[in-house]
Design a protein around this ligand. Structure first.
Ligand code: SF4
Length: 482
């Protein structure tokens, strides 16, 4: 099946023509509107569609076919069920993070779209799947007068409920003022004692503008990101609460968004989530009801339109500053900026990237970002990490999906007499170099469970005392959109 899947992607232009012709023929038949007839014919359509599309596209019969928007690559084959991929975990050779035996469905989708006349449709935001439509015929549905999948929520006027009172948000203020922002990552402990999380956070309090609280990162279980974020708020600190789609469906996620806002948490980083298999509960089920783009879209609608995805009105809207992740270093690199644009369209106001150990590659990405005007529409913070040894660097690039570490970095660590010291120095230099890249609004510093080292590196880099250094590419236009 995978062979024919790639064969179809390579012939995306031909299938686009066939699909366009077939769609207009089916739409004109209006068969679906004659419900009695369509009900009788439904099993035949399901049978035919399953076998023909299964053979050609490895179709999984989601019932909401978007093949003509995904370069003829069926997105239902993505293990994370992404409708707006790819995720940031694509391997360096274009293979899937979860299933290394197969090529990433979304790398194929962007390839196929590039061959199509209307390939730009891949940039459209795809709504979450309506699971009631599984194993039904998308062809039959396209014969209805509107031809519209029922999962798309009917457009309604915004319900203008008041926005819940929000506390001042230091992170947003720093970014809007044009200062170079610094954030750091805190891994929530495996502890019910609030002082454990607060002790780690307090080390970072004076050197960062916000602290990211990871949400079961690497699919490992820890105290929840919302509870640690709320603890930080109670101490006057500014958290960025990470929220993944892996462990909750849209009902739980929207409830958590309201809950976070009620607890004074404004900064929300919307993520698809790491693969379950890489964590400490590999037998758990991955929910993946939404993906990062549909999550952003849902949160933005709650804030701006005052409604749940179901259309039901909120009595008060959450005050949110929305963020997303980006990985400029994993395939398909040439479309990563376009994919970022999709996240910005969905509502992302700030972006935090995967680890950057390759500044020239970052600069190439930022050229694409500036060409699309994205540095004027969102704040981009570049991720940096502190490598303790060449051995860890080698392990990270082979075992952590989406991490790109060039050979010269590993060699530099290998040759050093004191590898730990060299890793620290490397990170300081990266921060200083990234500070000069046009369009970059800040850095996001990560070192697993080593907050003291993060604080030390940030201080040594001089960026906290360097407010006099003018940041190039301040997104003046951002106020208009946000
Ligand atoms: S790499 Fe990510 S987006 Fe691509 S198929 Fe695998 S899980 Fe899906």
């Amino acid at each position: 099946m995978r062979v024919t899947r790639h064969w179809a992607v390579r012939r995306a232009r031909m299938f686009e023509r066939i699909y366009a012709g077939l769609s207009s023929l089916l739409a004109r038949s209006r068969l679906h509107d004659r419900s009695l007839l369509s009900n009788r014919l439904a099993p035949f359509f399901v049978f035919g569609e399953r076998h023909l599309k299964g053979l050609l596209f490895d179709c999984q019969m989601c019932g909401q076919c978007i093949l003509s928007s995904t370069g003829m690559s069926c997105p239902a084959n993505c293990p994370k069920l992404m409708r707006n991929g790819p995720c940031g975990g694509v391997r360096g050779d274009g293979r899937c993070e979860v299933d290394p035996e197969m090529r990433c469905v979304w790398v194929d989708a962007w390839d196929g779209s590039a061959r199509m006349k209307k390939g730009g449709a891949i940039s459209n935001i795809q709504p979450a799947l309506d699971f009631r439509l599984r194993d039904t015929s998308a062809w039959l549905r396209s014969m209805s007068a509107s031809g519209r999948p029922v999962s798309i929520m009917a457009h309604r006027e915004p319900a203008l409920a008041p926005v819940a009172p929000a506390r001042p948000n230091r992170f947003e203020e720093v970014l809007r003022s044009g200062q170079f922002a610094v954030t750091a990552e805190l891994s929530p402990p495996d502890s019910a004692d609030p002082t454990d999380a607060l002790r780690h956070a307090s080390v970072l309090a004076d050197v960062v503008d916000a602290i990211n609280i990871t949400d079961a990162s690497g699919a490992n279980c820890h105290i929840s990101s919302m509870s640690v974020a709320a603890l930080l708020v109670s101490q006057g600190l500014t958290p960025v609460m990470q929220l993944t789609c892996r462990d909750r469906n849209r009902i739980a996620i929207q409830g958590d968004i309201l809950g976070a806002s009620a607890l004074g948490i404004s900064n929300l980083l919307c993520l698809t989530g790491d693969a379950i298999g890489s964590g400490d509960h590999p037998g758990a089920v991955a929910v993946c009801d939404l993906d990062s783009v549909s999550l952003l879209d849902a949160a933005r609608k709650m804030r701006d339109e005052g409604r749940f995805l179901s259309g039901r009105a909120l009595s008060s809207r959450p005050g949110l500053f929305l963020g997303a992740a980006a990985n400029p270093f994993s395939p398909p690199q040439r479309t990563r900026a376009a994919h970022l644009a999709k996240k910005v369209d969905a509502g992302a106001q700030f972006i935090q990237t995967q680890f950057c150990f390759d500044v020239p590659a970052l600069e190439s990405f930022m050229v694409q970002v500036r060409d699309l005007g994205l540095d004027q529409r969102c704040f981009i913070l570049v991720g940096v990490g502190i490598l303790p040894s060449a051995r860890t660097a080698r392990w990270m690039r082979s075992s952590v999906p989406g991490v790109h570490i060039p050979d010269h970095v590993v060699e530099r660590l290998e040759k050093a007499n004191d590898q730990r010291r060299e890793g620290r120095q490397l990170c300081i230099e990266l921060i200083q170099q990234i500070h000069e890249v046009k369009g970059v609004a800040g850095v996001h510093v990560m070192a697993h469970r080593n907050e003291a080292l993060i604080a030390e590196v940030i201080r040594a880099s001089g960026i906290r005392s360097g407010e006099s250094v003018i940041r190039v590419g301040t997104p003046e236009g951002v106020e208009k959109r946000l």
